[in-house]
Write a protein that binds this ligand. Structure first.
Ligand code: CMC
Length: 432
């Protein structure tokens, strides 16, 4: 539906005779949005590096109120979803807009379970990687490679193709994720088991071997499901915006998701959960925490407390609260509450939450602070943390890609404030 202006903003520019009228739209929630799309015809661009104040699209999927620590998926608060729903139901909700009834829910779970295997030929791709390759490097490659296997569903203008691609991606990501781990360990790949739940199956593919089954504890399976669920979507973050930007060119969805995985990898985004554990290793002991808090506050020192702060949340990240609870459950179940790394994390959190610098800048623990601790306790190696984030985020990426492709959209093409050389004549090499 086309946006209707509820009011007008007037922009007057020094030296210009006429003011420029800009339509203002009202969202269902959140700040009003000024449409600057026609400024280019008046000879101006807007300037907003990092998209701090810029809405790049319309969306009906997820809403965040960062000041009040609210996260809604299709209107449902994340706390209720984490408590009462599960990951696959949330996938359905993100993709379809409404919660499924029982038949729809069972049907969806069945479909996902029936797409968990990957083409046998794909196994050979793994052999092209060094054994010490970072699993995120492998994931970028093998996810993109899926486009070479599913030619039957690459017509992005066909809704049924988009649907089967969504199912394939959600179903196969845990398989690929576990394969990237097994490959790094020199261990045989473990086939999925469709009698297990999504989270149980992932743990099975990670930890079973052909010689031994892995018995999945219900607490650990529930924690794994929650980790996927809490990462499922987060509106227009860097990786989702990357998926949308890649998708806006008409690229196939597997390639777009591979682009999203690449964007997620960085330590300012999904790589933060890995960075939290690396940081804790670097700090080394509770006695050094004060020194590192000082470093984090020093403007001339690039060190930051990883897992703290967020572009949107200026309050407690609601996902972090749920994750903190899950963290306690898992540590109690595993009897590792006195693990030194975990104790260090808890102490760091306590100090940072009371420190004036963090309080004043409204820097709270984010979802990655606790997810890393839980994953470490479960026995998942640090390099796999961001892969797990990517697996959980897949339905969000697809829902956004699908939302964009289903409606009218334009190729994403930002403009720039050019600061380079003016036009000049080429100088032949001997005259330079
Ligand atoms: N430790 C110390 N100082 C910090 C931190 C931190 N973790 N985060 C922000 N600050 C300071 C920063 O130095 C700046 O200070 P000043 O105003 O004096 O220059 C102020 O707080 C605002 O920071 P910013 O970098 O301008 O804020 P941003 O919105 O651009 O960045 C962020 C958000 C998440 C990249 C940043 O907080 C950060 O680097 N955090 C650590 C990495 C991390 O945990 N990332 C995961 C984000 S949540 C998962 C996800 O959604 O991907």
């Amino acid at each position: 539906m086309a946006n209707q202006a509820t009011k007008t903003a007037t922009l007057s520019i020094e030296g210009e005779a006429d003011a420029i009228e800009l339509p203002v739209y009202q969202g269902a929630e959140g700040p009003d949005v000024i449409d600057v799309g026609n400024l280019t015809s008046k000879g101006y661009f807007t300037y907003d590096p990092g998209f701090v104040s810029t809405a790049a699209c319309d969306s009906e999927i997820t809403y965040i109120d960062g000041d009040n620590g609210v996260l809604l998926h299709r209107g449902y608060p994340i706390e209720q979803l984490a408590e009462q729903s599960d990951y696959l139901e949330l996938c359905y909700l993100l993709l379809n807009g409404e919660l499924p009834d029982r038949t729809q829910r069972d049907g969806f779970v069945d479909i996902i379970k029936n797409h968990t295997m990957v083409h046998e030929q794909l196994r050979h791709f793994f052999n092209g990687f060094r054994r010490d390759a970072h699993p995120m490097a492998i994931m970028c490659g093998v996810t993109g490679a899926l486009s070479a296997f599913y030619h039957d569903s690459l017509d992005i203008d066909d809704a049924s193709h988009r649907k089967v691609t969504a199912h394939r991606l959600i179903a196969k990501m845990p398989t690929l994720a576990a394969m990237s781990y097994k490959y790094s360990q020199g261990l045989p790949f473990i086939y999925p088991r469709n009698d297990l739940s999504y989270a149980e199956n992932f743990l099975h593919m990670m930890f079973a071997t052909p010689c031994e089954d892995y018995v999945v504890s219900p607490t650990i399976a529930r924690a794994m499901d929650r980790i996927f669920l809490l990462h499922a979507d987060h509106e227009q973050n860097a990786s989702t915006s990357t998926v949308r930007l890649a998708g806006s060119t008409g690229a196939n969805p597997f390639a777009c998701i591979a682009a999203g995985i690449a964007a997620l990898w960085g330590p300012s985004h999904g790589g933060a959960n890995e960075a939290v554990l690396n940081m804790l290793d670097q700090i080394g002991s509770v006695d050094n925490i004060d020194k590192y808090i000082k470093k984090a506050k020093d403007k001339d020192d690039p060190f930051r407390i990883m897992g703290f702060g967020h572009r949107v949340y200026k309050n407690y990240d609601p996902r972090a609260k749920v994750m903190q609870e899950t963290c306690r459950e898992v540590l109690a179940e595993l009897g590792v509450e006195d693990n030194p790394t975990l104790q260090m994390a808890q102490r760091l959190e306590q100090i940072a939450l009371e420190d004036e610098y963090f309080v004043e800048k409204r820097l709270y623990p984010n979802v990655d602070f606790y997810s890393g601790i839980i994953l470490k306790a479960i026995g998942i190696p640090v390099e796999m943390f961001t892969v797990i984030f990517a697996t959980g985020r897949t339905p969000g990426w697809i829902a956004h890609w699908n939302e964009m492709i289903s409606g009218p959209y334009k190729i994403g093409r930002p403009r720039q404030l050019y600061k380079g050389a003016g036009a000049r004549d080429y100088v032949p090499v001997d005259n330079r």
